[in-house]
Design a protein. Structure first.
Ligand code: FAD
Length: 244
């Protein structure tokens, strides 16, 4: 695996969280090269890829290459026809665009995120599904003359790899604490992080959580309980969430 950043998934993961996954992948035989990018490929006479050239001059042998370099919302089709903001199509809390009867949902929608009183875009499956549901509710509501509640989304991201599974709720801003067993060699690792801003927990991450434990961290991110002692929070870890 090759990536330019100092650790994997830096837009969400802290260095502490990433260290676990990098260690886990390394234990599976995955070699990680950081701080550089792929700049070219070499193929044989059959057109099969044989090498990947890195910006730092290194060359990696390869039989197959998987390129995951991100994406941008495809809004060109609508350029100049709908209002845009923050790289997406601007909507209200019902996913209505600036054009009557035109709705935008999922990755392309820039919408008011009520919990943080901010206009945001969210690129995740859960929001793609829920925003579509909200748009349908709004359309049906307007047809039937019924009021619909504004979208009140708690950001939720998840992923699975090998036998690992993590969930994250809320906002990853502010200070962080890392708790639990994050030894990549553990038989059943379970660890997490809280993000603390203005004396309140605003985000929570958990690897290896049970459905109830995941529900508990979601509640923490929604309720945003105050905390003053970060060392005590680190020690309490997941049991802090279970009390909320
Ligand atoms: C590599 C990768 C890994 C990801 N992993 C996760 C993950 O682990 N967890 C998670 O929550 N999210 C993940 N995501 C994000 C998630 O896939 C997206 O947030 C989600 O698919 C967004 O749904 P959407 O319906 O808004 O857009 P999309 O799923 O992108 O659907 C848009 C569709 O519109 C089509 N389209 C575009 N232009 C036109 C046109 N002019 N005419 C007709 N059709 C058109 C496209 O072909 C596409 O099928 C990942 C994304 C990527 C790329």
């Amino acid at each position: 695996m090759v990536y330019p950043e100092p650790w994997c998934m830096p837009r969400l993961f802290t260095a502490g969280i990433a260290a676990f996954y990098e260690g886990y992948y390394a234990n599976k035989g995955v070699k990680i090269i950081k701080g550089t990018v792929a700049v070219g490929f070499t193929s044989n006479s059959n057109g099969e890829v044989k090498e990947v050239q890195l910006k730092d001059g290194r060359v990696l042998e390869a039989d197959i290459v998987v390129v995951g370099v991100g994406g941008r919302p495809l809004t060109t089709l609508f350029k100049g026809q709908v209002e845009e903001e923050k790289g997406g199509i601007k909507t209200d809390a019902f996913f209505k665009t600036s054009v009557a009867n035109v709705y935008a949902v999922g990755d392309v929608a820039t919408f008011p995120l009520k919990l943080y009183n901010e206009i945001r875009r969210v690129e995740h499956v859960d929001h793609a599904r829920k925003s579509a549901e909200q748009a349908v509710k709004a359309i049906k509501g307007s047809e039937e003359g019924k009021a619909v509640d504004v979208y009140d989304y708690l950001p939720y991201f998840y992923s699975r790899s090998f036998d690992l599974s993590w969930q994250f709720y809320g906002d990853n801003v502010g200070d962080t604490v890392l708790f639990g067993d994050n030894d990549p060699a553990s038989a059943k690792p379970k660890f997490g992080s809280y993000w603390i801003k203005d004396g309140k927990i605003v985000g929570a991450f958990l690897e290896g959580g049970s459905p109830d434990e995941n529900k508990a961290i979601a509640k923490v991110a929604r309720v945003q309980p105050p905390v003053s002692d970060l060392d005590a929070l680190t020690k309490e870890g997941l049991s802090f969430a279970s009390k909320i």
